[in-house]
Unconditional design. Structure first.
Length: 145
């Protein structure tokens, strides 16, 4: 169980169901699209080349007589699908920005899975000391990390 990552008010990445929750609506993402989203989140605040995203989305090379071949697939429909699910305004994207001739720049915060799991355990038990957050530390501040 991996949980959810908040993007902005009312919008979450649901890592368990591989999709995005916007308001009360769940938008499942295809496997390739979700792999691209995961890679962009893991490499936030970096420009990721389209060729790299192509290899992330299509990791299975096609063997040919001349060697291995990666399909020349178009990444942009997948990026558009992610934007459609997470961006409040598609015409002025804030979280996934295309840098012409360079790639895609992701400003989504990196998800700290360890802190998120501890926060969920803390919320269930109500005791931060039991879950390793420390008794003298404001647990809500730890959960924001």
């Amino acid at each position: 169980m991996l949980g959810k990552q908040r993007i902005h008010a009312g919008c979450w990445i649901d890592w368990d169901r591989e999709g995005v929750v916007h308001g009360r609506q769940f938008y499942p993402l295809p496997a390739r699209t979700f792999r691209i989203l995961t890679y962009l989140v893991d490499h936030h605040d970096q420009v990721v080349a389209v060729s790299t995203l192509r290899q992330v989305g299509w990791p299975e090379p096609i063997p040919t007589a001349g060697g291995t071949f990666y399909p020349n697939a178009d990444v942009y429909p997948h990026v558009h699908r992610i934007r459609w699910a997470i961006e409040p305004d598609l015409h002025h994207p804030k979280w996934l920005v295309t840098r012409r001739d360079r790639g895609i720049f992701c400003t989504l915060p990196r998800w700290n899975r360890v802190v998120d799991q501890r926060c969920r355990m803390w919320a269930r038990t109500g005791n931060s000391a039991v879950n390793g957050l420390g008794s003298g530390v404001n647990s809500a501040q730890k959960c924001k990390a």
